[in-house]
Ligand binder design. Sequence first.
Ligand code: ADP
Ligand code: MG
Length: 410
Amino acid sequence: MALRTLDTLAARLGGPLAGTRVIVRCDLNVPLQDGRITDDGRVRASLPTLNALIHQGARVVVCSHLGRPDGAPDPAYSLAPVAQRLSELLGKPVAFARDTVGPSARDAVAALGDGDVAVIENLRFDAGETAKDDAQRRAFAHKLAALGDALVSDGFGVVHRKQASVYDLAEILPSVAGLLIAKELEVLDRLTENPQRPYTVVLGGSKVSDKLGVIAHLLPRVDKLLVGGGMMFTFLAAQGHPVGASLLEEDQLDTVRGYLATAKDKGVEIVLPVDAVVAASFSADADHVVADADALEDTAFGASGLGLDIGPRTAEAFANEIRSSATVFWNGPMGVFEMPAFAAGTKTVAQALTEVDGLSVVGGGDSAAAVRQLGFSDDRFGHISTGGGASLEFLEGKRLPGLEVLGWAQ
Ligand code: ADP
Ligand code: MG
């Protein structure tokens, strides 16, 4: 079965959308600092669907989660600043309800005219949103359903979650996928169905264990796998190199040795760093030097040295591999990019992705934040996925409940 798309919504409802209350489940889970949005990428990504609905005169009810409040109202996680930003980006007023399914939400929806927009408060202020108990989740989904006549599901970042607004609500109301989900799937399909070759995957980030599934699933499908970030040290250790005090997951050593063997069998090249930036401690102003990958403990810091970035020779080698590929998927920063002293590897890799003659995709929350923080604009990449976990689970070939409920099957 194929994904039910936005252009079929009017037909499903038996008439034009004007006057219809359409709930849009967005992923507006943006990073906030002191109540200010530090990266509005997810708000921008929600605009095409919202504008399409506004244009057709729908009465648009936007809902989303933000952060991880404890299933109860918490002002630190209010969507109010997001509603404000959305209003600026849409160039029109956006009403804001102070509760999720209570009187304020009902009043805000009742006051909507055709083409108007309201945002209801954080879905996760109600424990029903993420409840494991089916009945509790369903009960909350029914309260949400009372606010609309149809659902457009467009929060790609949450499609791997079986949650009330993502899954149950889509079963209760007539539902279709929004334009963002459709676009994300189109790009991810191009990574899984006959990708243009050479196909290179670049993995980094903090933990190997987070990415085991995706490594196992991608290994037989790619030409090259470049490994940087914190996980590189488990790979180096698996090859017998001491890694000092760097991030090391000892319990993954056997698995990683297995990957290295599989790669050899399948003719896939796993490209590991030849050098790394080793620091005296985990801090922005720590002393640091470049060391060869097989001599990480031979610095002045000895066995207490911490590898916090790939080294310059590695960065250049990775950049060359990336530039000569036709398809590149990148997940996970190459180093602790949050500290400028350890951001160079991530920056070089990001730059190389912008130079790919073909499809370049960045997936992962921290990876997307890293490229923006390092000054790269979104349009320099083929695609920046709004969903880290969701895009990885897609590439792992896992079932995604929030998509299956919209008719999609992998
Ligand atoms: P994403 O969200 O893109 O999937 P991850 O969550 O897997 O990425 O990893 C991001 C984190 O990995 C960043 O906070 C970064 O500081 C950290 N990281 C990268 N390299 C290292 C390293 N060598 N040592 C410790 N942490 C690292
Ligand atoms: Mg992350």
